[in-house]
Design a binder for this molecule. Structure first.
Ligand code: BGC
Length: 503
């Protein structure tokens, strides 16, 4: 009996030991996996670092590249495109004008009425629609027919007060948010699609002509009077309300900036023929590149998988189309290297399935249990992850967005440096060092207006770069629909110039 008891005790002890060993092993395994995931996060943080010194190098690089792009065609990755916009609207414009805006994810149609004073501007009608994804790789005919039919419906809905009853031809601005080599204010050819559009037959086509053709085919009496990049529209709108506005930046699906440059600095353009002595230059800064950019393996993979690899490197780090996909790639790598996200979700492997608005929702989730993060992860096929894993996801969003916002700030500071408004006395005018003029930069786009953390990081970095003394003279002004309204204003101002000239 005693022997049996001893054996039983021994067996129990062995069992207890084995159970303990298994538990310890599995805990160690879990810890190892967790450490691996934390390691991935640390690597991400290190490779996304944007200390002030690096941002300042970027500021210099942006200013240098801007200069190079102004000297010769192809002299820089920054295209520095001429826009033929020399006179910005000033408030005296009159009439009713239209704008059709093809952006990255949305298109808008608006009608504005101008009564000859700033305060009389009325946006009488505005329609916003998502761009059907089927259009992105359709044909030129399908795309322009779609735009023309949308415009036709908009016009048919106009009341009896519309200008058609006054027997006046409608004047339209085409706000086209893609790189165009302009040949005049109202004509220009598409250089390359960006932001997922891929209608190859259109590169090299005159965009305004394509739209005009589609409008004519529908018998619409509308004249495409201006072809305007969205940044240029935003600058025009900003300047209309505040003449200290010298640059505009779009942070939307894509990203880009334009600014007002002295014509004598645009060396590649021999005969700019402007009356004001300056011209708006569309930088196409999405294509900016510098070895100082903090590039990660996720950026490299994203670029390789994109429709426009080796292009738009800066845009792929700061554009709304891409931030979500960078976060997705990090989460996917973590889920492949450990099971903290459960079985690998096939949804998570789908490119662009995580949109930047979901990133901002997760990043700004202030519920104690991070319910918003749980909701978004569930949509990605990742269920029931513990709170500490949800916190990890928030951290990934933070790292990716903070880098984007700080790089964006360096881009803006680069423009200020180029035009001598960064307090360093650059821009070729000695006196700029002593007198800091009020400088307004118009900003448009959902990434800036809807993503508070992006906005805060960007504003903070700009102050860090410029220093308080200079930053107090720089105003970042957010706008909504500014690029569309501003494009219509450009038609109005070119119209009044023509009207005056013909008197
Ligand atoms: C385009 C620019 C545009 C920007 C913002 C970029 O992808 O190349 O022309 O201004 O997106 O919409």
């Amino acid at each position: 009996m005693g022997k049996v008891l001893v054996m039983l005790t021994a067996a129990t002890a062995v069992l207890a030991c084995s159970v303990a060993t298994v538990m310890v092993r599995s805990r160690m395994k879990r810890r190892r996996k967790w450490r691996r995931v934390v390691g991935i996060l640390q690597d991400l943080e290190e490779s996304c670092e944007t200390p002030l010194g690096r941002l300042r190098q970027m500021v210099d690089a942006v200013a240098v590249e801007m200069q190079a792009g102004l000297v010769s065609e192809g002299g820089s990755k920054l295209k520095m495109l001429l826009t033929f916009v020399d006179d910005l609207p000033n408030g005296s414009e009159r009439g009713t004008y239209y704008a059709l805006h093809l952006g990255g994810s949305y298109f808008r149609i608006i009608r504005v009425y101008l009564g000859g004073q700033r305060s009389s501007l009325q946006v009488q009608d505005v329609e916003r629609h998502c761009i059907p994804t089927s259009l992105l790789n359709s044909t030129s005919e399908v795309l322009f027919d779609f735009l023309a039919s949308s415009l036709q419906r908009f016009i048919e809905k106009e009341g009896h007060e519309s200008i058609s009853s006054q027997d006046v031809k409608r004047e339209l601005a085409f706000t086209f948010s893609f790189p165009v080599k302009q040949t005049s204010l109202s004509s220009g050819v598409l250089i390359k699609w960006t932001k997922g559009f891929a209608i190859s037959e259109m590169a090299g086509e005159d965009i305004a002509e394509c739209l005009q053709g589609a409008l004519n085919r529908r018998g619409l009496d509308i004249h495409v009077a201006a072809l305007v990049n969205d940044t240029v529209g935003a600058l025009s709108f900003g300047h209309y309300h505040d003449p200290d506005t010298i640059a505009a930046v779009v942070f939307g699906t894509g990203s880009n900036a334009c600014y007002l440059e002295r014509t004598d600095a645009i060396i590649k353009c021999q005969n700019p023929r402007t009356t004001s002595g300056s011209m708006v230059v569309n930088m196409e800064w999405g294509n900016f590149w510098s070895s100082r950019l903090p590039r990660t393996s996720y950026d490299i993979e994203l670029d390789a998988d994109s429709l426009n690899s080796n292009d738009m490197g800066f845009e792929k780090m700061i554009g709304g189309m891409y931030l979500g996909d960078i976060v997705r790639r990090v989460v996917l790598r973590m889920s492949k290297e450990s099971d903290i996200f459960g079985p690998i979700s096939s949804i998570l492997s789908t490119p662009f399935v995580l949109r930047t608005d979901s990133v901002s929702a997760m990043h700004e989730d202030d519920t104690p249990e991070l319910q918003e993060v749980a909701r978004v992860l569930k949509h990605l096929g990742v269920r029931k992850v513990p709170l500490k894993v949800r916190k990890l996801v928030v951290k990934i969003c933070d790292v990716v967005t903070r880098r984007a916002a700080r790089l964006a700030a360096a881009g803006i500071a680069g423009i200020l440096k180029k035009v001598g408004r960064d307090g360093s006395g650059g821009g070729g005018r000695k006196s700029d060092k002593q007198v800091m003029r009020r400088t307004v930069v118009a900003v448009e786009g959902g990434l800036y207006s809807n993503y508070r953390m992006f906005r805060e990081y960007m504003d903070e970095a700009l102050i860090d770069i410029l220093g308080d003394d200079v930053a107090q003279h720089v105003v970042i002004k957010a706008m909504e629909d500014g690029s569309s309204i501003g494009s219509a204003l450009l038609v109005a101002s070119s119209h009044s110039v023509r009207t005056i000239a013909s008197v």
